[in-house]
Ligand binder design. Structure first.
Ligand code: TRP
Length: 356
């Protein structure tokens, strides 16, 4: 997906996110969060700072957290089917290692929750083909396929995503900017369902998007950091791999290191990564390195990542050695999501008068 520059409506979303943070502080138990990842590969440090850290913060603040492994979307991503189980178990190890707590959070894969998927049909009836075609994220995804083949699944997946969110009545969805159009469609579907079937007593909440306060990390090539582009530092990477990946990062030929995201995006990105790992500001890191140049910057970034993730990586290695445990955590999450989805589907049948 391409980086989308902020429009006035996205700026408004950012303001709404700030207000939501205040509301969460006041009463975390009023919120249920659904967030998700596509199983396309191991999670990377960009996921950690952009999304996982936020989920853990909210979980620890007392918000109910559901984590979705969006394995039907992996079909459109063309993940090799035989690799899927390994990738999904890798995600489980990543989630638990970074601190998602299975005794409080629910981790599930949507392919394993049949009644969730059944919501897709009534939801499809609530949107027009033109609305899906106009969706900027769908347009980007279609452009990204290159081949020009747009499957029915790819076309419908913003509606499927609405089922992911609404089946559990999530009222808060942490998202990147690129997902805001999907969320808007989810809100539309919730509103139309309520109008058509729930006279005066809305059944589905209109979920709010929660934008991360952390600026987007770029990959080592200066492009968007992405599991599929090979330009990321995976959470599970070893210390040596981290050094190697960051030593190969693109920088520029200016000797003196300074923080200037517009003019020197690659250098700024390494400064940001280092700063996030050290809980300081990119300006402070730049001041530290100064005339040390790109080599010192890359070494500092690798050290900072290795320090920050050492404990997480050790825990992840232990978890990865317990595939039976990981499978049991996922099975319990699937069961729990299944119970929630069955209740919702039953209510939807009743509201739609499909009870015979
Ligand atoms: N589309 C999301 C992504 O590309 C993954 C996803 C699927 C998701 N369903 C969701 C995210 C529901 C949030 C809510 O990463």
């Amino acid at each position: 997906m391409s980086a989308i520059t902020a429009t006035p409506s996205q700026l408004a979303s950012q303001r709404r996110s700030d207000d939501l943070e205040t509301a969460i502080d006041r009463d975390p138990s009023a919120f249920r969060i659904l967030s998700g990842d596509r199983p396309t590969g191991p999670l990377h440090v960009g996921h950690y700072f952009g999304s996982l850290a936020n989920r853990i913060r909210l979980q620890d603040a007392g918000v109910e957290v559901l984590v979705l492994i969006a394995d039907y979307q992996a079909i459109t991503d063309r993940t090799a089917p035989a690799e899927l189980p390994g990738i999904v178990m890798g995600l489980m190890a990543d989630y638990l290692a970074v601190g998602i707590d299975p005794s409080r959070a629910t981790i599930f894969a949507h392919s394993q929750v049949a009644p969730l998927n059944q919501l897709l049909l009534p939801f499809l009836s609530l949107v027009s083909v033109a609305e899906i075609r106009r969706n900027p994220t769908v347009k980007d995804e279609i452009a990204a396929t290159g081949s020009g083949t747009v499957t029915g699944l790819m076309f419908t997946y913003p509606v499927h995503q609405a089922a992911d969110i609404l089946f559990c009545h999530a009222n808060l969805v942490p998202v990147g900017r690129d997902q805001l159009p999907h969320l808007e469609l989810t809100r539309t579907i919730a509103r139309r369902f309520n109008e058509r079937y729930c006279q005066g007593a809305p059944y589905f909440p209109a979920p709010a998007g929660l934008l991360s306060a952390v600026p987007l990390l770029l990959g080592t090539d200066g492009q968007k950091m992405s599991k599929s582009r090979g330009n990321s530092v995976p959470i599970r990477a070893t210390a040596d791999e981290t050094v190697r990946l960051l030593a190969a990062a693109r920088t520029d030929s200016e000797r003196f290191i300074g923080y200037d995201p517009k003019r020197r995006p690659e250098v700024a990105n390494l400064l940001l990564l280092t700063a996030l790992c050290r809980d300081t500001s990119p300006e402070a890191v730049a001041a530290d390195i100064g005339a040390g140049g790109a080599a010192a910057l890359k070494a500092a970034a690798a050290d900072a990542v290795n320090d920050r993730f050492a404990a997480i990586r050790a825990r992840r290695a232990e978890l990865a050695a317990e595939p039976g445990y990981l499978r049991s955590v996922l099975a319990a999450g699937n069961d729990k999501a299944g119970t929630i989805a069955e209740t919702t589907l039953q209510a939807v049948r009743e509201l739609m008068h499909q009870m015979y």
